[in-house]
Design a protein around this ligand. Structure first.
Ligand code: ADP
Ligand code: MG
Length: 702
């Protein structure tokens, strides 16, 4: 039986071929099902009509009935607008239009009653409603569709073709009639019963046309439950399959290298968080299961050391290990700090990046394949097929979000039996997002910074106060400290990045801090690697006072003497990115500053971002706020990998409890029926297959 939901939308009465094309192009609605799942963005309480005298700006959307007593066109050019005064006997309300002025002028009549709907705002001493929804009000005839009227988003194009929210509402009413009794349930009856959910058919009716707010909420709950449930069931199912198919290398002992490092070389005591995480990793790699673990910890929390000690356990058990970093600078830095920490311990460490010379490369390849090399550190260069390990047991991926899924998967294949995988991220990912995006990964968290760090002071100035910022820079430099100034890049196309802001900024810095008294270097992504290294080195060695840069310094630079991070046009950066940048300072024992410079005029979201940055240094809180502000698709750290699905209703920020609940529900089902062969679960298997075929590839994160 064909599912009625796959019927072409053009066959819905009221649509036809022309509108069908428009709906497809503008809203992605091609079938009955697409329209049915095109949910209202809000419901409007149309059960009451306000008197104008009762209105104030704190009320939500309201409706009033009245007559137009005056119409006037005012202003010219961009300020041209139409105003109309509405009166209902209790008071007067101004209505105003900035667009469609000529059309409204023709349409508005003064001798009829209008039902006017909109949000009243304070304007001077009175109230007004901009671009209200209006229709003629005929007494006796019911203008009101239902207590809670759905509102649907439309586009400019649709509106100009007379497809308004109201039109879509009409189509939904027609559709509801057509599909009545023909909706096929997508959750097994036992789940619906156990969790007291609405049936799919009830939920779809009530998400559009609820009689009460309670019913609307029940409909939402049912649909969110389903959405999150299938994602979690899929993740947990794949995880079970992976664990049953892949045997982990067993690192049964903690041996000589680990102990010698711990007793002779460790430069400082481990923090409690580091100890706990190392224990978690040891449990995994000793268990016979293949480890797939995400290590989250704020910048400077000491992840490298955890990685090193885990690698030493691999070596103690006769295996090789590697670290892959996203940039050459970062790989070099890992190499330097790891070889320094190891000192004279007999562990051989190699470095392989794009700049490794050919002759060196060949030697590296050989000793790697012969098993003489214990640890290989590098960039993407590690992924090349010519790089063959003798017995790779542990892979560490630093700043994992910078690698695509395919790249990460490649490292799995460097041993016939996949190595253990530890991915590290300094971009804290909210728990709910981690459970969804990296649901197949175990998560460890370092939630403690090494002792002795002073919290970074974050200050916000608008760009008219630049002289204050320059004053701070001057003071810090004369105290012997160093300063970063970071500019955003304007992406003009995929490849080209515009450096104009950076160049202008550099010039103004050099004007304020002229050589030879001050030395300023520039670093950006389009420089030749050797020029970049030269500048970086000048700064790292303390021979330059100021580094003007783009976000290339976001990861990788470690200069404890730098105490000021100035972020220019801060409103153009994401929260997570600013937090990363801030982490470049505060690495020594001196008081450090992060200075956010923005324009004076700020949108709400920008203002909120800068407030959050000033209010907290806690990366996890920032990540949560980022999720709230921008939604999961835009979160730093997920942009590249992308969410493998779109959430229609559920919200990873506000529905975290529901998410944990459905994850537990899915887990329990799999505990009882790991392969989902019980006939009561056959619908689950069917749905998983169906949904998976719609998903972006996501099968092997890490
Ligand atoms: P991240 O987590 O950002 O990768 P790193 O591993 O680079 O952090 O560590 C940041 C700095 O903290 C390094 O200089 C490192 O030597 C130092 N560090 C790491 N662990 C400790 C500790 N337990 N006590 C003191 N300093 C530590
Ligand atoms: Mg690091």
């Amino acid at each position: 039986m064909a599912n009625i939901l796959s019927t072409d939308i053009k066959y819905l009465p009221g649509v036809g071929p022309k509108r069908a094309e428009l709906l497809g192009k503008e809203l992605g609605i091609f079938t009955f099902g697409d329209l049915l799942y095109y949910f209202p963005y809000k419901h409007i309480d149309r059960s009451r009509i306000y008197r104008i005298a009762e209105l104030n700006e704190d009320l939500p959307y309201v409706q009033v009935v009245g007559r137009i007593v005056n119409i006037a066109e005012v202003g010219v050019g961009r300020n041209r607008r139409l105003t109309a005064i509405l009166s209902d006997g209790s008071g007067r309300l101004e209505l105003v239009w900035f667009k469609g002025v000529s059309w409204m002028t023709k349409w508005l009549k003064t001798n009829v009653d209008y039902l006017v709907f909109g949000k009243a705002n304070r304007f001077g001493s009175g109230l007004n409603i901009a671009h209200p929804e209006m229709e003629e009000f005929v007494r006796g005839k019911d203008n009101i569709v239902g207590a809670l009227q759905p509102a649907y988003s439309t586009t400019e194009k649709l509106k100009s073709s007379r497809v308004t929210s109201r039109t879509i509402l009409g189509l939904q009413q027609e559709l509801a009639k057509q599909v009545n009794g023909k909706i096929i349930e997508t959750l097994p009856p036992y789940l619906i019963e156990q969790h007291k959910l609405m049936t799919l058919s009830e939920a779809l009716r009530n998400i559009h046309f609820p009689q009460t707010v309670t019913l609307l909420h029940k409909a939402e709950l049912r649909l969110k439950f389903e959405e999150l449930f299938y994602i979690q069931l899929g993740i947990l199912f794949r995880q079970k399959v992976r664990l049953s198919r892949v045997n982990g290398h067993v690192f049964s002992k903690v041996g000589e290298m680990f102990h010698r490092f711990y007793n002779e070389k460790l430069p400082f005591p481990l923090t409690n968080a580091q100890k706990r995480v190392i224990k978690e990793i040891r449990n995994d790699i000793g268990s016979g299961k293949q480890m797939n673990r995400l290590l989250q910890g704020d910048v400077g929390s000491g992840k490298t050391l955890v990685a090193l000690m885990s690698m030493l356990i691999a070596i103690d058990n006769g295996f090789q290990a590697c670290i892959m970093a996203p940039t050459e600078i970062l790989a070099n830095q890992h190499y330097d700090s790891i070889t320094e920490m190891l000192g004279d311990l007999p562990v051989s460490v190699g470095l392989l990046t794009g700049s490794t010379r050919k002759s060196e490369r060949n030697t590296l390849h050989q000793s790697l394949e012969a098993g003489e090399l214990n640890i290989l550190i590098g960039t993407h260069a590690l992924l090349e097929d010519v790089v063959k390990f003798n017995n790779l047991g542990l892979v560490v991926i630093d700043e994992q979000h910078r690698f695509g899924v395919a790249q990460r998967a490649k490292l799995w294949e460097k041993n016939t039996n996949p190595p253990h995988v530890l991915v590290m991220s300094a971009t804290p990912i909210p728990r709910t997002l981690a459970m969804t995006l990296y649901g197949d990964l175990e998560v460890s968290v370092i939630d403690e910074l090494p002792p002795g760090r002073k919290p970074i002071k974050t200050l916000h100035y608008t760009d008219v106060k630049r002289n204050v910022v320059f004053g701070l820079i001057r003071d810090q430099i004369s105290a012997g400290r160093q300063v970063y100034v970071v500019y955003p890049l304007i992406k003009e196309s995929e490849k080209m990045e515009n450096l104009k802001d950076l160049q202008d900024g550099y010039e103004s810095i050099v004007r304020a801090f002229p050589p030879p008294e001050y030395v300023t270097v520039v670093v950006h992504g389009q420089m030749k690697p050797e020029d970049k290294d030269f500048s970086m080195n000048l700064f790292a060695k303390g021979k330059a006072n100021i580094m003007v840069a783009t976000t290339v310094i976001e990861v990788g630079v470690n200069v404890p003497n730098a105490t000021v991070m100035v972020i220019e046009s801060a409103e153009r950066f994401g929260l997570a990115q600013m937090h990363q940048l801030r982490g470049r300072v505060g690495r020594g024992s001196d008081e450090s500053y992060c200075v956010l410079v923005s324009s004076v005029k700020l949108g709400n979201e920008s203002r909120k971002k800068l407030q959050i940055m000033s209010a907290t240094n806690d990366g996890f809180r920032i990540a949560e706020e980022d999720l709230k502000l921008r939604g999961p698709g835009d979160i730093e750290g997920t942009v590249q990998s992308g969410l493998p699905f779109d959430l229609k209703l559920a919200n990873l920020s506000t529905d975290s409890q529901l998410l944990q609940h459905v994850r537990a529900v899915a887990g329990k089902i799999l505990d009882n029926d790991p392969e989902l062969v019980n006939p009561v679960n056959s619908l689950l298997v069917e749905r998983l297959k169906e949904l998976q075929s719609q998903q972006r590839d996501f099968s092997r994160i890490s």
